[in-house]
Write a protein that binds this ligand. Sequence first.
Ligand code: COA
Length: 184
Amino acid sequence: MIASPELYTPRTRIRLADEVDAVALLRYRADNRVHLAPWEPLRDASYYTLDHCVRTIAEGREAAAQGRGYPLLVLDPDGETILATFTFANVVRGVFQACHLGYGVAAEAQGQGLMQEALRAGLDWAFGELDLHRVMANHMPRNERSARLLARLGFEREGYAKRYLRINGVWEDHVLTARTRADD
Ligand SMILES: CC(C)(COP(=O)(O)OP(=O)(O)OC[C@H]1O[C@@H](n2cnc3c(N)ncnc32)[C@H](O)[C@@H]1OP(=O)(O)O)[C@@H](O)C(=O)NCCC(=O)NCCS
């Protein structure tokens, strides 16, 4: 069975994407192309097609079924519009019980506390139902919004990695942060 959260916050609804979400995902990608590009891997034209969205959703469900990762949609309360996305990726069990967290909010929904609201619910689920001990999130030094968000969520700086991720075509330094569960 897929561990699949159905989370509700005052302004959002959070769940794994389903095939029927492909059109909404394509709209989210297209509408936020310029907004997200500086913070993501280089995307070629195929990324902005329905086929690619269908494939992404299928791969995401497969990852969740295998317990490897959980790419989640943050929808409006009606479940129609994608406001944001976040992913618990690279889940490692054994003595580590950890994952990486990636996220982004729609340009129109930025600056309203929505990402924070959704991630609080997501992190409760990750530390609770998923039983993780550590969630790691990394940001480029110049991504001040991301740094503020992580600090508000209780992530602490653990290091600085040079040329860490290839973002928008360039190997970028990253600040490494993490939050660990205190009660396990
Ligand atoms: C990083 C990112 C998710 C942050 O989004 P955000 O909307 O600033 O984050 P939050 O949900 O925490 O919102 C906080 C902002 O909303 C404001 N806000 C307004 N209403 C609010 C409310 N009801 N509750 C809380 N905050 C509220 C806060 O004052 C804060 O603004 P400030 O930081 O200028 O003071 C967003 O900038 C983004 O998607 N960037 C592109 C992708 C990206 O960088 N991803 C991460 C790569 S590491």
